[in-house]
Design a protein around this ligand. Structure first.
Ligand code: IDP
Ligand code: MG
Length: 150
């Protein structure tokens, strides 16, 4: 059963020129990018996505940071895509993120940790609706993967 999730590369990933490397990892894993756009999030969008963290010590700084420049937002689909991506992303604090994960390999700062990935089906649906209109999300299959991956 295919799931879908919301991922975005944070401004530091765009500014450090890491978009291609991360997109490649997602593609090589066999997941499918169903929508993708480079945008600058509004404060309102960021506050909705990070609503669960309202009031925490890092909240204001986090919202300011993720709205400070371009992000690359994606809807990604595939079997167990939420778990696969969370595993590929690694632990929140790059100090605890294993080598081989995106954060383990590319980040040293807990806030500037490169990438966001929704953590549950409900949050994925809620978050992708904040950044994408339904008609922006494509539904397609890659024939080679249907035959050789799944
Ligand atoms: P996640 O991105 O791994 O799901 P969350 O706990 O949901 O981690 O936190 C959301 C984001 O808030 C993190 O990715 C990170 O950018 C930031 N953050 C979380 N904890 C801290 C902290 O203790 N200090 C500074 N920033 C933090
Ligand atoms: Mg989270």
């Amino acid at each position: 059963m295919s799931e879908r999730t919301l991922v975005f590369l944070k401004p530091e990933a765009v500014m450090r020129g890491l978009m291609g490397e991360i997109i490649t990892k997602i593609e090589k894993k066999g997941l499918t990018i169903a929508a993708m756009k480079l945008i600058q999030m509004t404060r309102e969008q960021a506050e909705k996505i990070y609503a669960i963290h309202t009031g925490k010590t890092f909240y204001d700084s986090l919202i300011t940071h993720v709205t400070s420049g371009p992000i690359l937002a994606m809807v990604v689909t595939g079997p167990n895509v939420i778990s696969f991506l969370r595993n590929m992303i690694g632990k929140t604090n790059p100090l605890n993120a294993q080598q081989g994960t995106i954060r383990g390999d590319l980040a040293i700062n807990i806030q500037k940790n490169i990438i966001h990935g929704a953590d549950s089906p409900d949050n994925a649906q809620r978050e992708l609706e904040i950044l994408f209109k339904p008609e922006e999300i494509l539904n397609y299959q890659k024939p080679t993967e249907t035959q050789y991956l799944y």
